[in-house]
Ligand binder design. Structure first.
Ligand SMILES: Cc1cc2nc3c(=O)[nH]c(=O)nc-3n(C[C@H](O)[C@H](O)[C@H](O)COP(=O)(O)OP(=O)(O)OC[C@H]3O[C@@H](n4cnc5c(N)ncnc54)[C@H](O)[C@@H]3O)c2cc1C
Length: 508
């Protein structure tokens, strides 16, 4: 058996690049080929490990020539092309014939599909009007949005995830109609209390910096103890979060500044929210607006264009599997991508998947405190873990590395919304538990308006199953430990959020 293997990775996003870097470390003499549709590959920088499971980092797009120069042993080749088909029996990937200078096929020993996802843009019957709807996914689409906004008077934004939540607040000099299907904003990530906190903190900040004028003693400190009820809807796992992608851009419309309304507190009032609505249809424009949007509540809005921020579709359906006779050669898929086992292997031997395009829901021993969400943090974790799984699968020696399997024990993500640090740990919204058990969960809140928001969720046995921390709370490690230890915390009651009680000391 040859000691040198060839790993092909499809996709140059975070999952693909992390997988390549990790595999190159583990088996430096193996050849790695990344097939990327774009000459710009995504990578992470400014990594800040803030606890065992939480890692804060930034994402950048790098030119292929710059990215792998510093690698230990540069056996990494980049092919700019698109994979159109995979022959799983013969271990061949077929590349897009239309790409000049690209090879037409490549053989692999192991394949890792990291083809990510694309925006799930609203589709309407009148295809002529489809051009007025845009989705946001990458730098190109963000630039397109910025250009379309120049001269625009009104834009309709559809969706209630992180991208929509932030985008509506970044647009100036243009009226925004925000259509959301829920009865509160930010539902894809937060319950109504957390969403209101973020929303209010944004508007407090806009209105003359009220946060900095208050000192701590004047802050309204609330500790609320209540049980989860039907109002806290489970979170969709198909949305993307988007805290800082817009920072490089200014989204300025074409409305005369003197015509923009302001609130009593001085903040700009250019956002109109249409709750519990969906887009029913688009109608032909007239001399006033190029297109009209008909919402499910019967209202009709003329606008310049529509931003569809309604989640993503995974890119597993864009790659054909060459028909083969044996059932074991077919890549099993769900709506959420390629189904993988606990070693990130698809239903076909030697073929792996990672990142947005992998569906981990069939893992037999999936931790009850972890769930999948399409996030950079999970794409990176999966890329790293999959590289280890592939190295192990070769059956050949590889550089020892500490297992990354524990990163699937607790859902952990840190991000920023409206410049506030947001830490999500475990079932921070009581996800799944609510459906699985009729017994109520206990939730404690501690809120300092405009500053911080803490919400923790205990199950019926008093064990911590989730924490949402907004602002500089400095509590992430404590709650991560309590979640890992699964100690019964019921005796503390709401004192668990009392800063005078050091829970960790107590257990030490
Ligand atoms: C606007 C926006 C903002 C976001 N912001 C955040 C954020 O701030 N924080 C966060 O955690 N998450 C964020 N997300 C989600 C995050 O981007 C994804 O979870 C993450 O990028 C997934 O990484 P990936 O490598 O699996 O896929 P991707 O990053 O989608 O990369 C897949 C790559 O594969 C390529 N590809 C696809 N098909 C083929 C093919 N057939 N052949 C060759 N190449 C192919 C694609 O061109 C792409 O380059 C955001 C998402 C969006 C849309």
């Amino acid at each position: 058996m040859s000691q040198s293997k060839h790993l092909i990775i499809v996709g140059g996003g975070i999952a693909g690049v992390t997988c390549a870097q990790s595999y190159n470390y583990l088996r430096p003499n193996d050849k790695i080929t990344i097939i990327s549709q774009s000459p710009l590959l995504k990578s992470v920088f400014n990594v800040n490990k803030i606890s065992k499971t939480l890692e804060e980092f930034q994402v950048k797009e790098s030119n292929v020539n710059d990215l792998f120069n510093g690698e230990k042993n540069n056996n990494i080749e980049i092919v700019i092309s698109s994979v159109t088909a995979i022959d799983t029996d013969k271990h061949i990937v077929y590349l897009d014939d239309n790409v000049v200078n690209s090879k037409s096929e490549l053989t692999f020993d192991y394949l890792c599909i990291c083809s990510g996802a694309r925006p799930n843009v609203i589709k309407i019957e009148n295809v002529e009007l489809q051009k007025y709807i845009i989705g946001i996914r990458d730098t190109e689409t963000v630039k397109d949005l910025k250009e379309r906004l120049l001269g625009a008077r009104r834009v309709v934004i559809v969706g209630n995830g992180g991208i929509a939540l932030e985008l509506v607040h970044e647009i100036s000099m243009c009226e925004v109609i925000w259509s959301i299907k829920d009865n509160h904003v930010g539902n894809a990530f937060f319950d109504s209390d957390a969403a209101s906190f973020l929303y209010d903190s944004k508007h407090l900040g806009d209105g003359g910096d009220q946060q900095t004028k208050k000192d701590d003693s004047s802050l309204n400190l609330m500790i609320v103890d209540r049980s989860l009820n039907g109002e806290d809807l489970p979170m969709s796992n198909r949305s993307s979060i988007g805290p800082q992608w817009y920072c490089k851009y200014k989204f300025i419309g074409g409305v005369d500044a003197s015509k923009i309304k302001t609130n009593n507190n001085g903040s700009v009032d250019n956002i109109g929210i249409e709750y519990e609505t969906t887009v029913v249809n688009l109608l032909e424009g007239d001399s006033e607006y190029p297109v009209y949007v008909l919402l499910s509540n019967g209202k009709k809005y003329g606008c310049d264009f529509i931003v569809s921020a309604t989640g993503v579709l995974t890119n597993h359906d864009t790659i054909r599997t060459i028909p083969t006779t044996s059932a074991t050669s077919t890549l099993e898929c769900s709506n959420d991508g390629y189904i993988v086992n606990e070693n990130m292997m698809t239903s076909v031997n030697d073929v792996f998947a990672a990142g947005d395009v992998a569906d981990l829901s069939k893992w037999p021993n999936l931790s009850p405190l972890w769930f999948q969400m399409k996030l950079w943090s999970q794409a990176r974790t999966m890329g790293r873990y999959t590289a280890q799984c592939i190295a192990k699968h070769t059956g050949l020696p590889y550089t020892d590395e500490i297992s990354t399997r524990f990163e699937f024990e607790i859902f952990a993500h840190v991000t920023r919304f409206f410049n506030l640090k947001v830490v999500m740990l475990g079932l921070y919204n009581g996800q799944q538990q609510q459906q699985q058990s009729s017994k109520p969960l206990t939730i404690y809140h501690k809120v300092k308006p405009g500053k911080s928001y803490i919400k923790i969720t205990l199950n019926q046995e008093g064990r911590l199953i989730g924490a949402l921390l907004i602002g500089e709370t400095d509590l992430e490690e404590t709650f991560e430990n309590l979640m890992m230890n699964q100690i019964d915390l019921s005796r503390f009651g709401s004192d668990i959020l009392n800063s005078d009680v050091d829970i960790e000391d107590y257990f030490d």
